[in-house]
Design a protein. Structure first.
Length: 580
């Protein structure tokens, strides 16, 4: 199944979506806990002032700043708001911990991560927007405040544009105040501009969305030549198209040859018009996946996978200061054209047959190999796909297990916007996040940021023999096995990382959790493990997004030759054990 087929049945999805713009604009706010800790931006430059706020200040509480397992400093907490100067090291994650003392024992009551990175594409955490109707400032601010708490540092402005071959409505000198998008939804210039402004205020970047090869029915009048299109026959009698149902959509989308120089120059000029009116930071390029055999105007078979590289090079040359990313639909074109091109990170929309957790890990590792230059991966992977046809709530265990796999293998997950994604048509908001899931997602994104230097900053995956000696759990090396906790090793610098992901009682191994029936893992406590490790060990520690606010815990251990013995305090979904 590719996106060409999926998009052709969008009308079924659309009829189940709420139609009013305000419904899209109401974000799911994480459920209130006793203590709520927030920061003023999604990321910071080295040396920036980080503004922090907590809703309640317990008597005698302290704030502590950590980088991985190292405490940088701590001080008494004297008010609800305070500042911390970000360290000078670039591309580093930190954890801010608020704690008090109970009977002389430190007790963590809240935490939040801080990303210090001068370039957001080093550790991309991508979110989206999908509706640009006549929204109130308060509703837009609520959406962006919510995304800021998840540390989303880049926003894909999905379907914001006027027409695929004319993304800017109106002209540079007289831009339109209002227009219809491809699905005939009202879109407002003021809303798009306000969202861009809010994003920048939170130190997020704004990326405008468009296909690399789309044109609508009126493209000829706008100067799009028949010689630029893709055709289903060698005699250029029939143009390739994505057929969309009318009147729901205002046009079919006719497909062009992305490697055609004239088309590249045309679209680059239209993109520059966009940049002249809107303060976008870059271009998010989309495609439709493997289209099968198509032809250029002169009758040669089109090589789209390779041609994407030429297109992306042209887009970067036309706007070198702007960021660039392209969707590799189910990896189509990733190795041949996209990964070697000047994109700033890699992005894969995952479809069948890549339906298992192991497929997510393999895609991220393939991308790491093909880019070969440190470009990180973002996966678009739609959860609870069939359940979304009925409506209701996302299934928390399915979402968290999927994110545990993606994050532990160094990727991130495009899933958060005005709502959480369940379908490839981003405005679809049939499923909601429960308070439990919202709180868990906050913890998982804090974890992704706080430990980004272990999760996403190089290293090489390895297999380390691990056994459990007191029958608390069955363990098996990655890839996952039925009835076992999966263990994946990663060597990064002097540290050996072990990721424990709890699939011991998983209902299935399908990451999409299509019907929302993945089971909650049984909590495992006090598991005694033995790890084969060659070399002296100075310390062992564990951190988990499921426990202790993500704060690392030092573990007692013994070492006898090449065997380390240690006890895991608890394992719910995902533990990260670090041996130094």
């Amino acid at each position: 199944m590719n996106r060409l087929f999926i998009l052709s049945i969008i009308f079924v999805i659309l009829t189940s979506c709420k139609k009013d713009d305000e419904a899209y604009a109401n974000p799911v706010t994480p459920g209130m806990t006793t203590y709520t800790l927030t920061s003023d931006k999604a990321s910071y430059h080295p040396g920036d002032k980080v503004m922090l706020t907590i809703n309640t200040v317990p008597a005698g509480s302290f704030v502590r700043y950590r980088h991985l397992n190292t405490v940088l400093s701590e001080e008494p907490l004297t008010g609800n708001s305070w500042s911390w100067q970000a360290p000078s090291a670039d591309f580093s994650g930190y954890l801010v911990e608020v704690f008090d003392k109970e009977n002389g024992v430190n007790k963590t009551i809240a935490s939040i991560a801080v990303d210090v990175s001068s370039d957001w594409t080093k550790f991309p955490r991508y979110g989206f927007l999908s509706s640009y109707g006549k929204l109130s400032n308060d509703s837009m601010l609520s959406v962006m405040t919510n995304l800021n708490r998840y540390h989303i540092n880049g926003i894909q402005f999905y379907d914001w544009h006027y027409e695929h071959h004319l993304p800017l409505a109106g002209t540079v000198s007289n831009p339109a105040d209002q227009w219809k998008d491809i699905a005939n939804r009202d879109t407002y210039k003021s809303t798009v501009q306000k969202y861009i402004s809010l994003a920048h205020g939170y130190s997020m970047k704004a990326m405008f969305y468009n296909l690399c090869y789309g044109a609508l029915n009126d493209a000829a009048a706008a100067g799009v030549s028949d010689q630029w299109y893709l055709y289903t026959d060698a005699a250029h009698a029939s143009k390739a198209a994505l057929n969309l149902p009318a009147p729901l959509f205002k046009s079919n989308i006719w497909l062009l040859d992305p490697s055609n120089n004239s088309w590249q120059n045309y679209l680059a000029a239209k993109n520059n018009d966009v940049y002249s009116v809107y303060d976008f930071d870059g271009f998010h390029v989309d495609q439709l996946g493997d289209l099968g055999k198509n032809y250029t105007y002169n009758g040669t078979i089109a090589d789209l996978a390779t041609g994407y590289g030429s297109f992306l090079t042209a887009m970067k040359s036309a706007a070198p200061a702007k960021k660039l990313v392209m969707n590799a639909v189910n990896q189509f074109g990733q190795q041949q054209g996209i990964a070697p091109s000047p994109v700033d990170f890699l992005y894969t929309e995952v479809w069948n047959p890549n339906e298992n957790y192991a497929d997510l890990a393999r895609i991220i590792q393939d991308n790491d190999s093909w880019a070969n230059n440190g470009k990180r991966t973002v996966l678009t992977a739609y959860m609870d796909y069939r359940l979304a046809d009925k409506g209701g709530y996302f299934n928390t265990p399915g979402v968290l297990l999927t994110n545990a796999v993606i994050f532990s293998f160094g990727g991130s997950h495009l899933e958060l916007g005005e709502h959480m994604l369940c379908k490839e048509y981003f405005p679809n908001n049939n499923l909601k996040m429960s308070a439990e899931l919202s709180n868990a997602m906050t913890a998982y994104y804090d974890f992704l940021v706080a430990y980004e230097n272990l999760l996403r900053d190089g290293g090489s995956f390895n297999t380390v023999p691990v056994t459990c000696t007191n029958a608390k759990m069955n363990v098996g090396a990655w890839p996952l096995q039925t009835g076992k906790v999966a263990v994946q090793g990663k060597k990064i610098g002097a540290a050996q990382v072990l990721h424990f992901i709890n699939f011991a009682n998983a209902a299935h191994f399908s990451w999409r959790d299509t019907d929302g029936n993945q089971t909650t893992p049984v909590n495992i406590t006090g598991a005694d493990i033995e790890v084969s490790y060659d070399g002296p060990v100075h310390k062992v520690w564990v951190a988990s997004p499921d426990d202790n606010h993500g704060v690392p815990q030092q573990l007692s251990f013994t070492q006898n030759g090449n065997t380390i013995k240690v006890t895991l305090p608890q394992l719910k979904y995902w533990d990260m054990v670090v041996i130094e």
